[in-house]
Design a protein around this ligand. Structure first.
Ligand code: ZN
Length: 323
């Protein structure tokens, strides 16, 4: 390595590796109100998350929590504070350090959770974390920086491990031309040189993507209990049947919720980028871009209609526009 500054920097980065920090404790025990809010937002009707008798019938001691809520319990509050009894160290000190070294931008790259058991009402969770991996300096379409993997391990009130989270992000210095204000034509030109991630088409999802190429939004319907489901999956969440067929969506719905992405601009999308959670009249919920309207004019409850657009060569996606 010829650059002594970079050598110093990378040596310092290594000092962040394998330093376990924590515990970070939960503000609330696992509880049915937070579980209900989560399930409402996700559209998850599994009775073991809502009904105590149903949960007990499945062998749980109380209402169970969706495993994917793992990270929820020990999050900081709105003021950025961890719950009492938590460690005072900043688990993101490496990001603060890289900010000071002129790597100001960050983008999440990968997120993976594993679970040891279901959490149930009354469980009290804490987690510890450490930086497990720091890549050599990498040049990407976004800029120059480092891929950083943080591993958090979650425990219950008996100090038994209940789950683990691998979180990988890219902390980087953007290419100069990518720092133009959103909406400027030069910025858009720069961003659009990078193409969209192609979807993985496999046994469970190829019907969906083929349907879009044929101009249809296909929604899976259980052959046993007729429950509709989206996104595509191999098994009915209501009756566990593996037999399914499809209906064609009418493409009409309302905005259940939405977010507007401003920063950091992630190629190749236009910014600001409005992403909607759409309740389709057919009876399922779908995430997609809302187009043809200024983000400020989007309202929850607004009627929208789908078009299937070729957003890139041979890549068809359902987009939603106001009626
Ligand atoms: Zn079913």
């Amino acid at each position: 390595m010829a650059d002594p500054d970079r050598e110093d920097l990378e040596q310092h980065l290594q000092s962040f590796l394998d330093q376990s920090v924590g515990p970070y404790r939960s503000w609330h025990r696992v509880n049915r109100d937070m579980i209900a809010n989560w399930c409402d937002a996700m559209g998850d009707q599994n009775p073991i998350y809502r009904d105590e008798d149903a949960a007990r019938a499945q062998g749980f001691s109380g209402i169970a929590a969706p495993p994917s809520m793992l990270q929820v319990w020990t999050m900081r509050d709105y003021n950025g504070d961890y719950a009492p009894g938590s460690a005072s160290e900043n688990p993101f000190a490496i990001l603060t350090f890289l900010d000071g070294e002129d790597f100001p931008s960050v983008v999440a790259v990968n997120y993976q959770q594993t679970y040891q058991r279901y959490l149930v009402e009354g469980d009290q969770i804490y987690h510890r974390s450490y930086i497990a991996e720091i890549s050599p300096q990498k040049e990407t379409g976004l800029g120059v920086g480092y891929f950083i993997t943080e591993i958090s391990t979650f425990f219950d009130q008996h100090d038994e491990k209940i789950g683990e989270m691998h979180f990988r992000l890219f902390k980087y210095r953007p290419h100069p031309q990518k720092e133009m204000g959103a909406g400027s034509s030069e910025a858009a030109g720069g961003l659009q040189q990078i193409k969209r991630f192609r979807p993985i088409e496999n046994h469970d999802s190829e019907h969906y993507w083929q349907g879009l190429r044929d101009g249809k939004l296909l929604i899976q319907k259980c052959d046993t209990c007729s429950t509709l489901r989206h996104p595509p999956s191999p098994m009915c969440p209501s009756c566990q049947s593996m037999d399914w067929s499809c209906i064609e969506s009418k493409g009409k719905g309302i905005v259940h919720s939405y977010v507007v992405m401003h920063h950091p601009p992630i190629p190749p999308f236009d910014y600001p980028n409005a992403i909607g959670l759409i309740d389709l009249e057919d009876g399922v919920r779908i995430i997609s871009q809302i187009v043809g309207i200024k983000p400020n004019d989007i309202d929850i409850g607004m009627s929208v209609r789908m078009t299937i657009d070729e957003v890139e060569d041979e890549l068809f996606q359902p987009l939603f526009r106001p009626v």
